[in-house]
Design a protein around this ligand. Structure first.
Ligand SMILES: [Zn+2]
Ligand SMILES: [Zn+2]
Length: 264
């Protein structure tokens, strides 16, 4: 069985469609669970095209809980995708602690002031940056986010490759160090199919990273990162194939932040 734990809503200002339409597509694709996982209000930036505003969070939670009562196939879950920005951990903990989410995603979308994944700025500043250094900084933030203890799931863990810029040398040591940190923290890694629709044309994280995750006993879950109903469950056949190839037989599901494993 498959779950899609990463779909957005119009509240974030850059996704489209009715929540019921996302659910309808998930039902057509026979997904066991659909998790709404919209962008949490951010502290480092107030941009109505990036995240919902702070006052919309309770509205979001209420809407998902209503849909949860209305639908049982797929089961609806309440997630939230939070930006990890060092220095804002306490505020984030306080904000998200007000609600009983089924799971909390931690995602790194920004390095310092550089919003490296923002498609509005495409191709962004990669040409002016030292790409090797960007990878170092990105994975260092990822490790900090893991150690913060705030998150259940690590979102699109090699997002830095989005615009098809790659490190010049071998970064195996960086990946191993990061996967070891994930295993120590006992959190889950998301297999996110949206990378296939981006210039990098690869699932996040790469098959190589997934192989390492499997070796270190790291659980995985699945997300499409849908920003429109038609993207729900997109390319999940490819994700499932990749997971089976590296040895996974189960995916993680969450309820009130408790993890359970379900056969793939
Ligand atoms: Zn988004
Ligand atoms: Zn994200």
């Amino acid at each position: 069985m498959l779950v899609d734990y990463h779909v957005h809503t119009a509240l974030c200002g850059h996704a489209v469609g009715e929540m019921e339409d996302y659910i309808r597509v998930a039902a057509q694709k026979n997904l066991a669970e659909l998790g709404f996982n919209d962008h949490a209000p951010a502290f480092h930036v107030r941009d109505p095209e990036l995240t919902m505003a702070a006052h919309q969070l309770s509205e979001y939670v209420d809407q998902v809980r209503i849909l949860q009562k209305r639908h049982h196939r797929p089961k609806i879950k309440l997630g939230i995708e939070a930006d990890f920005v060092p220095g804002h951990e306490d505020e984030l903990k306080q904000l998200l602690g007000q609600y009983d989410f089924d799971y909390i995603y931690g995602s790194v979308h920004i390095i310092g002031e550089w919003r490296f994944d923002d498609s509005r700025l495409y191709p962004n500043q990669y040409d002016e940056r030292d790409v090797d250094e960007a990878y170092e900084q990105y994975f260092s933030l990822i490790r900090q986010s893991i150690r913060s203890g705030l998150f259940d799931v690590l979102g699109h863990m090699d997002l830095i490759k989005k615009f098809n810029y790659w490190p010049t040398g071998n970064i195996d040591h960086l990946l191993r160090k990061t996967v070891r940190t994930i295993a120590e923290a006992d959190i889950c890694v998301e297999v996110n199919t949206s990378g296939l629709r981006r210039p990098c044309a690869e699932i996040y994280p790469s098959e190589k990273i997934l192989g390492l995750c499997h070796r270190y006993g790291v659980p995985v879950t699945l997300g499409s990162d849908a920003h429109g109903p038609e993207e729900v469950g997109l390319d999940f056949d490819k994700a499932a194939e990749t997971l089976k190839r590296v040895g996974y037989t189960k995916v993680a599901t969450f309820e009130r932040r408790e993890r359970k494993m379900m056969p793939l």
